[in-house]
Design a protein around this ligand. Structure first.
Ligand code: ADP
Ligand code: MG
Length: 238
C-alpha cells in the first residue's frame, strides 16, 4: 500500500516561487504522469516527493507520514533519473545490487533480488557486463532495475526515456506499463512528452509555471480541457 498526498506545496529558490501551491492525491497503485513544458517545476516537485529537496511550505505525505520525518533509508520509494547514473566500473549485477549492499542485505538475498529484477527487465544475459557494453535502452533498464530491487511502494521516474531514440521510447513505454501491472506499485512519472502522458497515465497532472492547470484522466483532459493551455498542450482543438 502506498498513497501520496500533497497539500499546498510551495517551493521558492531565493525569491522565485517555482512551485505555487500544489494539491494532489495519488491512490495506491495509480500511474500518475506530471506533464508540462521544460522549466515548469516537474523535477522540483518529484525531488520534493523523494525527500531530496524540502518544500518551502506545505506538506508531502506518504501513507500519511511526512516525507521529511522519515529517514532516507526508510522511505518507501525509489527514484529513476534521466541520466542513468550507473557506476561505470561495476557490472550490471553490482549496479543493481548496490543499494542493497549499502543496506547490508546478505549476499544470497541480494543475488536473488537482482535476479528477479533482471528477469522482469529481461537483463539476465547481461548481468556480468559493464555499462559501457550496453545499449541506451539496456542502461535505462538497469537504472530501473536498481529501483525494483528495493521493492518500493512508490516509483518516481524523471523523464526516464528522454535519452532514447523514438522507436525505443515506444517500446519502453509498453515495458513500463507491463512493469506497473507486474509490480503492483504506485508510479509517478515526469515527462514533457504529451504522447507519453496520454498513453501511460491513469491520471495526468498538467503543470505550467509551477501551477497545476488540470488533473484528470487522459480522456477527461482530451475532451474537457479546462483552459487553452491544457487544450493546446494535450492537442485537442478548442
Ligand atoms: P522541469 O523539470 O519541469 O524542467 P525544474 O523543476 O527543473 O523544471 O525547474 C523549475 C524551475 O526552478 C526552473 O525555473 C529552474 O530554473 C528552477 N530551479 C530548479 N532547481 C533550482 C535550484 N536548485 N536553484 C534555483 N532554481 C532552480
Ligand atoms: Mg526536469
Amino acid at each position: 500500500m502506498a498513497t501520496l498526498e500533497l497539500k499546498n506545496v510551495i517551493k521558492e529558490f531565493d525569491d522565485t516561487r517555482v512551485i505555487q501551491g500544489v494539491d494532489l492525491e495519488v491512490n495506491d497503485r495509480e500511474f500518475v504522469v506530471f506533464v508540462g513544458p521544460s522549466g515548469c517545476g516537474k523535477s522540483t516537485l518529484l525531488r520534493m516527493i523523494a525527500g531530496l529537496e524540502s518544500a518551502s511550505s506545505g506538506d508531502i505525505l506518504i501513507d500519511g507520514k511526512r516525507v521529511n520525518d522519515v529517514g532516507p533509508a526508510d522511505r518507501d520509494l525509489a527514484m529513476v533519473f534521466q541520466s542513468y547514473a550507473l557506476y561505470p566500473h561495476m557490472t550490471v549485477e553490482d549496479n543493481m545490487g548496490f543499494s542493497l549492499r549499502l543496506a547490508k542485505v546478505p549476499k544470497e538475498e541480494r543475488r536473488k533480488k537482482v535476479e528477479e529484477a533482471a528477469r522482469i527487465l529481461q537483463l539476465e544475459p547481461l548481468l556480468d557486463r559493464k555499462p559501457k557494453a550496453l545499449s541506451g535502452g539496456q542502461r535505462q533498464r538497469v537504472a530501473i532495475g536498481r529501483a525494483i530491487v528495493r521493492n518500493p511502494g512508490i516509483f518516481l521516474f524523471d523523464e526516464p526515456l528522454s535519452n532514447l531514440d523514438a522507436a525505443l521510447r515506444v517500446k519502453m513505454r509498453v515495458e513500463l506499463a507491463r512493469l506497473h501491472d507486474e509490480l503492483d506499485a504506485t508510479m509517478i512519472y515526469v515527462t514533457h512528452d504529451q504522447i507519453e502522458a496520454m498513453t501511460m497515465a491513469d491520471k495526468i497532472v498538467v503543470l505550467q509555471d509551477g501551477i497545476v492547470e488540470q488533473i484528470g484522466s487522459p480522456m477527461e483532459l482530451y475532451h474537457h480541457p479546462r483552459n487553452r493551455f491544457v487544450a493546446g498542450f494535450i492537442g485537442s482543438p478548442k
